[in-house]
Design a protein around this ligand. Structure first.
Ligand code: 5GP
Length: 114
């Protein structure tokens, strides 16, 4: 059975600062924030990478964006803007193989392709 650091957080085996949780999604503060607000939106279902997303996962992946939008609004970021990022695989810089959206904001972010 596959496991991930995020499943350990979901099972409360590793502590994390939880911003939101329901039966499908959890959102936690990134342990190594790159901006004043850096939150990870994670499905409780282990999907290793975006390459593994199946058609039946579409509602779950859509929900990740809705949760991100709600958190951004709660943090006062809606108007000023923020970034949502999903890294995919080695060249994409993915380090945790359990898909997650990075919600990054609270400062002006330089455009970056790499
Ligand atoms: P990736 O590189 O896969 O796109 O992003 C993984 C993110 O997970 C990184 O930003 C990293 O700081 C964060 N991270 C890794 N381990 C932990 C952890 O144990 N707790 C929390 N809260 N974040 C983690």
């Amino acid at each position: 059975m596959q496991d991930s650091i995020f499943l350990k957080i979901i099972r409360r085996e590793i502590p994390a600062t939880i911003e939101f949780e329901d039966d499908e999604v959890i959102a936690i503060h990134d342990i190594n924030p790159v901006a004043p607000i850096h939150i990870l939106i994670i499905p409780k279902k282990l999907i290793p990478t975006a390459n593994d997303i199946q058609p039946e996962d579409a509602p779950l992946v859509g929900k990740m964006f809705l949760v991100a939008k709600q958190i951004a609004a709660a943090k006062g970021l809606s108007e000023r803007g923020y970034r949502l990022v999903m890294n995919v695989g080695k060249d994409g810089g993915q380090t945790v193989y359990h898909i997650h959206l990075h919600l990054i904001g609270g400062k002006a972010l330089p455009f970056a392709t790499a």
